[in-house]
Design a protein around this ligand. Sequence first.
Ligand code: FNR
Length: 190
Amino acid sequence: MTEIVLMSGSVRDGSYNSAVVATLRRIAEERFQGVRTTVVHPAELPFYDEGMDAANGSEAVLRMRNRVAAADVLVISTPSYNGAAPGVLKNALDWLSRPYGESCLDGRIVAVASASPGPRGAVDAQPGLVEVLGHAGALVAEHPPVAVANAGELPTADGEFAGAETLDALESLLRTALAAAREPVASLAA
Ligand code: FNR
């Protein structure tokens, strides 16, 4: 069984990035065989605190670390807040990057997407996010940026994106990440 963990960088009700995550989840389950998906929620975590971490974090932190540690692929969809990923997402990645030397992100295949109601689809938040992931040892799947632009005008159904172009882009990203998880060296070395 291939485990996919998904995370939205937005905690907003009606978030476009959460809709991207929901769409990716359905695509993963419907179009790929032997895949199991779990959505994790950055807002469940406290603000990062090294003292709390040294004292073994919190239940929510340990649960998320275990989920990510068991994942073949982590998929993140982020908004752009002033050109960067929101603090709540960075906070989650900081928790996941610790304890030092034991980051559950280390060697993890990660796929990055973004969405916004604007014409750039929050693509400007992706490079910074990729850099943070790299610091934590994650292997970001190489794929042309998937940025869901003008998200408020796209066709949706049941809280998911429904347009063919969006579905194709998200499926392609997932396919690349799953291929990288199967053969990390061949898929990521280029
Ligand atoms: C934004 N938004 C935004 N959009 C963008 O394209 N570039 C940006 O730099 C910013 N900056 C920004 C900062 C802050 C603090 C907020 C609250 C919002 C708008 C953002 O794209 C919009 O709120 C999205 O709907 C957020 O994503 P979700 O919540 O729909 O996933």
